[in-house]
Design a protein around this ligand. Sequence first.
Ligand code: ADP
Length: 273
Amino acid sequence: MNGNEGQTMLAAGVDVGSLAAKAAIVEVGSGCVIASACLPSGARPADSGADALKEALRLADLKLEAIEAIVATGYGRESLAVAQSSVTEITCAARGAHLLDPDVRTVVDIGGQDSKAISVDSEGFPLDFALNDRCAAGTGRFLEVMAHALGTDVAGLERLALSSEHPAPITRTCTVFAESEVVGLLSRGVEPADVAAGLCRAVGARTAALVRQVSVRPKVMLIGGVGMNRAIADALEEQLGVDLIVPEEPQVVVATGAALVAAERLRATAPIG
Ligand code: ADP
């Protein structure tokens, strides 16, 4: 795959997630991000991953031949035929967060169906991690179900939550029971905004408990699709008692980390001139 001779060497990372596929393209020498893309995952994760990569290539006005190495990560990482190798999301989250801020020591990743807390060293390598992948509670899927119960989507749930002054306590963590609780609160006349704010607080509290399983060492960065919800970031900040860094595009940090791993592997085999 060397259609890029005489030009900057490029590497790509593809994060085949449970609910969204993400791709990022980086310059091998500098680690600079050239383009990234995010698409909803369809029934075939491999196709969604390939489509996300095509979209990133289109945005960068590049052809696949211009990419020297591709690393896959995420839930469906083994299915992506175009990738030469795969790496865990833990490593990629750590690499991606380190690129954005080398002072990050704790990464919190709230995705579609799981959440993770990762302790990171000064070189951007994972030291320890805690994972919630047993149930949807506190994940993007949880928020999607709750948004539906509130008659809105995840962006609408965030807007509602940010407008509340009296968050309603949500006591159930299980998605099914919490949904019944939400329906019950609404039928008793509790404001949707207060229910939405209570849900964001509940996700914040649940995530904070996960983060405490590793150490809460600043700087702390929030990534993953749910990182786009400011009400959840605020709740998590309050629970942890630290300021959070939320990157502009939290959902593509893991794909960026995968691209960096691809770039590191290329650098290890072919010195950059
Ligand atoms: P995965 O890698 O598991 O597919 P992602 O990190 O891509 O997960 O995150 C996907 C999740 O992000 C989805 O559940 C989606 O609903 C959620 N999400 C997207 N935008 C927002 C938002 N504005 N607020 C909260 N959640 C969001």
